[in-house]
Design a protein around this ligand. Structure first.
Ligand code: AMP
Ligand code: ZN
Ligand code: FE
Ligand code: FE
Length: 282
């Protein structure tokens, strides 16, 4: 069983449509893929339709933007009830604020001399939940930087960078409770991704575990081996499961689907904790 529990479509900042993501997951030999777009479930219906007859299992999810102690972090949520109003309202709040913030970032970039505009970013993002990677693609198109990843420096879009503007982000303890109340399973995404900026302390992770966190994403491209070892130990200590996933973004990042995977026993544990929805078996 090959299980990849973190992938983005063009419903947020991935480049594959949900149906293309499903096809890519089949081609990559995956048995299970989770669709976890940033602050949106807009890709779920198309992905669910696309898995029919493929043998692939789709785990519907999302990746919620959170903020604690001055640090931005991401919370993966799986198999929650889409109709549960409190969590749905929080996703809407975060996603909608991305538009205000996206415009503000574009304005900052223009002040800094980058010849990009909001219409260009809208074209790149399409119907997707708009984020810095879309603006990074605009900076690449404009010839300001060579690659998307080169836009994530202090000069431009990195956390605290010259053109970075904050968006509304949920307190993670509140988020963990919202996900559980919607029957979902919350997993802390890439907790040790230091290249993206500051990360939260083990004490914060312990508090999230006490609030109902289910697991930590341990095997991730942004974690070196010592970080993985540490997180694995911490998960064990706190009674959390440890997942692995690619965080695939299509061609906006170099990581391949299935580059990191989750142990089948961990997947079973996740399913056992889920109350809000069932995986969609194609
Ligand atoms: P946003 O959600 O708009 O705040 O943008 C955050 C997204 O930007 C993350 O989910 C990553 O996909 C991407 N990102 C953050 N840091 C980097 C980086 N150093 N290199 C490339 N992509 C990054
Ligand atoms: Zn992303
Ligand atoms: Fe993330
Ligand atoms: Fe992600």
């Amino acid at each position: 069983m090959r299980i990849d529990l973190h992938a983005h479509s063009n419903a947020s900042d991935g480049t594959d449509s949900p149906a293309e993501l499903v096809a890519a997951a089949v081609a990559a030999g995956l048995d299970v893929v989770a669709l976890t777009d940033h602050d949106t479930v807009a890709g779920h219906a198309e992905a669910a339709e696309a898995v029919r007859g493929t043998g692939l299992t789709l785990v519907p999810g999302a990746e919620l933007s959170c903020h604690v102690d001055g640090v931005s972090m991401h919370l993966l949520a799986y198999l929650f009830d889409l109709a549960e109003p409190a969590f749905a309202a929080e996703r809407d709040l975060v996603r909608n604020d991305r538009f205000r913030r996206g415009r503000a970032i574009v304005e900052r970039c223009r002040e800094l001399g980058a010849p990009i505009d909001w219409e260009q970013v809208e074209r790149i993002a399409g119907a997707g939940s708009v984020g810095r990677p879309h603006i990074a693609s605009a900076l690449v198109e404009a010839g300001v930087v060579a690659t998307v990843s080169d836009a994530f420096t202090a000069d431009w879009l990195a956390n605290g960078g010259r053109a970075d503007v904050r968006k509304h982000e949920t307190d993670p303890e509140v988020a963990v409770r919202l996900v559980r109340a919607a029957g979902g399973v919350p997993v802390f995404a890439h907790p040790g991704a230091v290249k993206r900026g500051r990360t939260v302390s083990d004490e914060v992770i312990a508090a999230l575990a006490a609030a109902g966190l289910g697991g930590l994403e341990v095997d991730h491209i942004d974690h070196d081996e010592p970080t993985r070892e540490h997180l694995r130990g911490l998960a064990e200590e706190l009674g959390l499961f440890a997942t692995g996933s690619s965080d695939y973004h299509g061609h906006r990042k170099t990581v391949r689907l299935g580059e990191h995977t989750t142990d089948p026993a961990v997947y079973e544990e996740l399913l056992a904790q889920a109350r809000g929805a069932e995986p969609i078996r194609g």
